[in-house]
Design a protein around this ligand. Structure first.
Ligand SMILES: Nc1ncnc2c1ncn2[C@@H]1O[C@H](COP(=O)(O)OP(=O)(O)OP(=O)(O)O)[C@@H](O)[C@H]1O
Ligand SMILES: CC(=O)C(=O)O
Ligand SMILES: [K+]
Ligand SMILES: [Mg+2]
Length: 479
């Protein structure tokens, strides 16, 4: 068993800077738990190779590495430039077109056919996560003329946002479904859904996979205003949440991003759904070996607010220092978690918030485990699990002890790699005595010895003959 020093999970976007076997190996050894493949970039054959490489390394290094397939969704993007980057200058004229042309600094192709209908004269448009701002001055057929309000460098395939506009596109596109087909064939089961608007989008994707006999884990990416508005329903319908601050910071006023992030994190925590905080976390490390103070603080605050995972995007996909960035993230997580362990920040808050909700037996079990961790010298919490629900429920208190989740379902193990403080172990064979299995495993791994205490959660079948959920706690003294 390899229990890292940090319990916050690390998601890395894989791209040209990180898709080689050597870099992938270093990323895994440095602490990457989840590899995000952004299907907006690279072709399927390239992605297939990366999937193979990650799988091979995961088994060679004996580490769970989950692959998150991030679907493109209806993201508007610019096309290709004949020479790049181009530089857009403040005050200059630039035209966007849906025609298939090679881009220049005055004429930029866009992949979105109904551009002219989605924009009005006088309205702002943003390029490259909002770094560049344009204002629409005139619309003529397929040509949208603009003036550059905030200039900067622009390269191929960067995003285009028109905040608040009607888009006429379903959040789950035909292209997304093709990618889902490909991913399911490759055995992937964790999906990121971009530009979600409502719970219906999640239900649709889940039904699509179910029709093919597959049960998938859906991470709803919150990156537009409608998603923030419908957040309760979206959290209920999805398995996890990503706060996709790149697009979100353009689609809603950027000054609202910090509080929206806090609110969503808390709501997802209450329902035990894992949260990934994404984009620009250590952005300056794309170019530099050290992050800014503000970035280090952003990572720490996301952890203190209750994120399960922190994500790297360009830093690992195209940055100069992918491995160093992961190591930096790990160091910030360790320091922040140590502080949390001392201050008990969050545990009381979570208990108080939960008491205001409608609670069940499994909630009470998770509270009692966390109470016991405050009082007794307990080394680990051991949770046999089918769906992952029990370890997730315990994890939401952000304990400073590992939750060792044992499951006979390999997919559950991979899905738990996103969950704070949960270490999943796949159990191949049928089990009739979880206590013997777990204690034997921990002893052989050398992580417990005589006199150590662990907690084991168990599910006793209910009296009515139905399998019960988790309804028992056992305190075990290791002999
Ligand atoms: N597989 C890849 N191949 C080439 N470039 C990539 C790849 N993955 C990511 N990138 C680059 O890294 C940058 C940051 O990655 P990120 O995944 O945040 O993409 P994005 O285009 O901003 O869109 P999204 O909103 O889908 O995240 C992108 O702008 C892109 O240039
Ligand atoms: C990750 C992502 O899609 C975003 O930040 O917009
Ligand atoms: K995407
Ligand atoms: Mg996005």
């Amino acid at each position: 068993m390899h229990l890292s020093e940090n319990k916050t999970k690390i998601v890395c976007t894989i791209g040209p800077a990180s898709s080689s076997e050597d870099v992938l190996r270093e990323l895994i050894l440095s602490g990457m738990n989840v590899a995000r493949l952004n299907f907006s970039h690279g072709d399927l054959e390239d992605q297939r190779k990366v999937i193979k490489r990650i799988r091979a390394l995961s088994s060679e290094l004996n580490r769970v590495v989950t692959i998150l397939a991030d679907l493109p969704g209806p993201k508007m993007r610019v096309g290709s430039f004949s020479e790049e980057p181009v530089f857009l200058k403040k005050g200059e004229k630039v035209t966007l077109t849906t025609k298939d042309v090679a881009g220049t600094e005055s004429l930029i192709p866009v992949n979105y056919q109904r551009l002219s209908e989605s924009i009005d004269v006088g309205k702002p448009l943003y390029l490259n996560d909002g770094f560049i701002q344009l204002e629409c001055t005139d619309i003529q057929g397929d040509y949208v003329h603009c003036e550059v309000v905030v200039g900067g460098p622009l390269s191929s395939n960067k995003g285009l946002n028109i905040p608040g506009s009607a888009l006429f596109i379903d959040p789950i596109t035909g292209r997304d479904l093709e990618i889902v087909d490909f991913a399911l064939e490759e055995g992937l089961h964790v999906f990121g859904v971009s530009f979600v608007e409502s719970g219906e989008d999640i239900r649709k994707l889940r039904a699509y996979a179910a029709d093919k006999g597959k049960k998938i884990f859906i991470v709803a990416k919150i990156e537009r205003e409608a998603a923030v508005r419908n957040i309760n329903e979206i959290i209920r319908e999805s398995d996890g949440i990503m706060i996709a601050r790149g697009d979100l910071g353009v689609e809603i006023p950027i000054e609202n991003v910090p509080v929206v992030q806090k609110d969503i994190t808390h709501k997802a925590n209450l329902l035990s759904k894992p949260v990934i905080t994404a984009t620009q976390m250590l952005e300056s490390m794309v170019e530099n070996i050290r992050p800014t103070r503000a970035e280090a603080t952003d990572v720490a605050n996301a952890i203190i607010d209750g994120t399960d995972a922190v994500m790297l995007s360009a830093e690992t996909a195209v940055g100069k220092y992918p491995v160093e960035t992961v190591k930096m993230m790990v160091q910030i997580a360790i320091s922040t978690e140590e502080w949390r362990s001392k201050t008990k920040e969050g545990i009381e808050l979570m208990k108080r918030a939960l008491r205001r909700m409608h609670l069940g037996v499994e909630d009470m079990i998770s509270m009692q485990v966390n109470d016991a961790l405050q009082v007794l010298e307990i080394k680990y919490v051991v949770t046999p699990t089918v769906s992952g629900k029990t370890p997730r429920n315990i994890s939401r208190f952000r304990p400073d002890r590992w939750i060792l989740a044992f499951s006979r379902y390999a997919n559950t193990c991979e899905q738990l790699a996103l969950q704070y403080a949960v270490y999943p172990t796949y159990v191949k064979d049928g089990v009739d005595d979880w206590e013997a299995l777990a204690t034997g495993h921990l002893k052989r791994s050398g992580i417990v010895g005589t006199g150590d205490m662990i907690i084991l959660t168990q599910g006793q079948p209910s009296g009515r003959g139905r399998p019960g959920g988790t309804n028992l706690l056992k305190f075990i003294d290791i002999e």
